[in-house]
Design a binder for this molecule. Structure first.
Ligand SMILES: Cc1cc2nc3c(=O)[nH]c(=O)nc-3n(C[C@H](O)[C@H](O)[C@H](O)COP(=O)(O)OP(=O)(O)OC[C@H]3O[C@@H](n4cnc5c(N)ncnc54)[C@H](O)[C@@H]3O)c2cc1C
Length: 371
């Protein structure tokens, strides 16, 4: 297999796959991921429409993949307190099984895909050396798109990985009757669960829970019964919903610590650069948008229009300008909604001043991005 590339991308989730499609139009690209596609992946699967035109530009038409256009949002606490609103921009219910696979099919037309895990990355004499076990691949630039948490974060000694995180997430597909244009967010003690339909009418349940809340139960079924079901909307869901998989997907140690979009000459995209709280429903769009921004800067560097340091500085600046305030609002929102004393006040305000909810949603989302 060829060992020298213009760009190597570690990680084939949304950000890595999108970057590989874009950059392989002009350059020699290697993308590395241990996954086999299609595959299910932890995610609420509500895709904000701000990146619809970016996907269209590379030949992916969301409307032909899913008819589940979502423009209504409902939030409940206990099932008694409900707030709902129209979504300012709206989104699409689409599974990662389908969306990532569409991108993967585009990738393998022009880039080289290696089904492996990157074990190390070194920058030596103006060249990157990417280790995959005992094999070394070389590139002018490397992009890390390895998601929320990866072996490489440890290897590169990144700051966020040194702190333990108390958050875990669970996802499962169900047969359940709910409107196809609505995304629901149901709060429970120590977390919240999202419900929405994906392309085939199946409902995705995906929740984030604090370990303090989970640790007394340790089993997902029991936790669903004892804790999630205290919210009446979730109780009704678990009574009638029919699971579509033998067991759910579950992950732990989900960190919302601040990260940097550039570290040691490496460009980070997607969750590798920063993870927004899932209740904002904007991580997928941000992953694709950050990859889009990074591709523009990498393009200029490989074409020798800017130096490496200029490219890294320009990307970091644009990333921060675009995403920092969204991440901050997401952090505040999560704090407010999960702390009972704050959430009581927040509820009271949302009930009395209903125009607040769309304003809050706008703060954690961007506008439609043009290619
Ligand atoms: C509970 C939860 C619910 C969410 N719900 C939503 C939602 O409803 N809407 C939304 O927009 N966002 C949501 N998100 C966020 C969204 O899932 C992420 O922001 C998005 O997946 C980020 O994409 P990515 O490309 O950065 O990483 P990922 O999609 O996670 O991809 C990372 C890839 O890197 C690969 N990898 C890891 N290590 C290595 C290595 N060493 N070498 C090679 N490959 C490697 C992995 O195999 C994986 O394929 C949610 C997140 C969570 C945790």
């Amino acid at each position: 297999m060829e060992k020298n590339y213009d760009i190597i991308i570690a990680g084939g989730g949304l950000s890595g796959l999108y970057a590989a499609v874009m950059l392989s139009q002009h350059f020699k690209v290697l993308i590395i991921d241990p996954d086999t596609y299609p595959r299910h992946k932890m995610c609420g699967e509500y895709l904000s429409l701000e990146i619809e035109t970016l996907l269209k530009n590379i030949g992916i038409d969301l409307e032909s993949l899913s008819s589940k256009k979502i423009n209504n949002f409902q939030f409940t606490r206990n099932g008694d307190h409900t707030a709902s609103t129209k979504l300012p921009l709206g989104g699409m219910g689409i599974s990662r099984y389908t969306l990532d696979f569409e991108l993967y099919k585009k990738v393998i037309k022009k880039a080289t895909f290696l089904k492996e895990r990157v074990t190390d990355v070194k920058y030596i004499k103006d060249t990157f050396q990417v280790a995959v076990g005992h094999s070394i691949y070389k590139a002018k630039q490397v992009m890390l798109a390895t998601g929320k948490r990866s072996n490489l974060d440890k290897k590169l000694n990144r700051d966020f990985i040194k702190k333990k995180s108390p958050w875990l997430a669970v996802k499962m597909h169900y047969k359940y009757d709910m409107p196809n244009n609505k995304v629901e967010l149901h709060a429970f003690k120590g977390g919240y669960a999202g419900l929405s339909q994906v392309e085939n009418g199946i409902v995705n349940l995906c929740y984030l829970a604090h370990y303090e809340s989970f640790k007394n139960y340790k089993e997902i079924d029991l936790f669903n019964k004892k804790v999630l079901s205290q919210n009446k909307a979730l109780q009704e869901f678990f009574t009638t919903a029919i699971p579509q998989w033998e067991k759910p997907i579950a992950i732990s140690q989900i960190s919302f610590e601040q990260k940097d979009p550039v570290e040691g000459k490496l460009i980070m995209i997607g969750d590798t650069a920063g993870l927004i709280h899932p209740l904002c429903g904007n991580g997928m769009a941000m992953a694709i948008h950050s990859a889009h921004i990074a591709c523009k800067h990498v393009n200029r560097f490989i074409n020798q229009e800017v130096t490496r340091d200029q490219m890294l500085m320009n990307y970091a600046m644009e990333w921060k300008r675009t995403f920092s305030s969204r991440l901050r609002y997401g952090r505040w929102l999560q704090e407010i909604l999960l702390r009972e004393k704050y959430s009581n006040i927040a509820y009271w305000m949302i009930e009395k001043l209903p125009f607040l909810l769309p304003l809050i949603i706008k703060k954690t989302h961007g506008k439609i991005i043009l290619p």
